[in-house]
Design a protein around this ligand. Sequence first.
Ligand SMILES: [Zn+2]
Ligand SMILES: [Zn+2]
Length: 332
Amino acid sequence: MQAWVVDTPGPVDDGPLLRLEREPPEPGPGQVRVRVTCCGVCRTDLHLAEGDLAPRRPRVTPGHEVVGVVEVRGPGAGRFAVGERIGVPWLARTDGSCRFCRRGDENVCTHPEFTGWDLDGGYADACLVDERFAYRLPEKLDDERAAPLLCAGIIGYRALRAANLPPGGRLGIYGFGGSAHLTAQVALAQGTRVHVFTRGEQNRRLATELGADSVGGADDPSPVPLDGAILFAPAGELVPVALRALDRGGTLAVAGIWLSDIPSLRYADELFEERRLRSVTANTRRDGEEFLFLADRLGVRPTTVGYPMAEAPRALADLAHGRFAGAAVLHT
Ligand SMILES: [Zn+2]
Ligand SMILES: [Zn+2]
């Protein structure tokens, strides 16, 4: 089979990925091998390719929004039938025994493994998944539209909950890419007022089409005080901007796995009056199941741009340079 790997991390335009011929992996106990049909392109893949995130294994295959069909089941694997469509997400495995797993917070497990970082992911013809961490996907969505739900959707949903909005509250969304455009759909369907701050004409147009209450530039002042906000752009300089836009008691949730440095904060304007700043780290399987249920029920519909698997580097470069709105998805 063919598989892309991160060969030499560096600027995406310098070609950090390499395509190799590899033996299809054999599933171990509790694992299944998935024949990949689609794999979403997440900003985390770009951070790995460019070296913002340190590699955890040399020549790992990126990709953690994998849709495919079960091809081979390993010993003891029986949750899914051979031929069944499943999704392979970012959270690949947790130890199940650390103090965080035992209290239900497996997203901050002390020994987690992630698809496309510790384990080979979906920029390939096939990959493995521990069946306990895979998902069934909403039947209404085809493979290309289901793929972005698996990380962009789930992490955005966790961030939305972290922003701790009251019913009918006012949400600020900073940055409007793959994750934000799904999160906005959930928030709007639940009656939240959504204010979007983003660069890029295409992103602004998509936010308007989806029904955002207002759409402005990345660091424009908010037209209303915000009850909560989510920072999707990996731009630390927007943290004080978003904190200043919060109403008293509001929460800013940072959704990304990587953020550039945050400038110093002014306590009186940016934190006092019980404004809160918090991060979002991975997700629990329960977040995933809840989000996929809601996405189906609320009719969340990803805006996607398809690329052949052979053009994975072009898809990553287009993401880096903001050349599309919504989410890129690779097809085998
Ligand atoms: Zn754990
Ligand atoms: Zn991701």
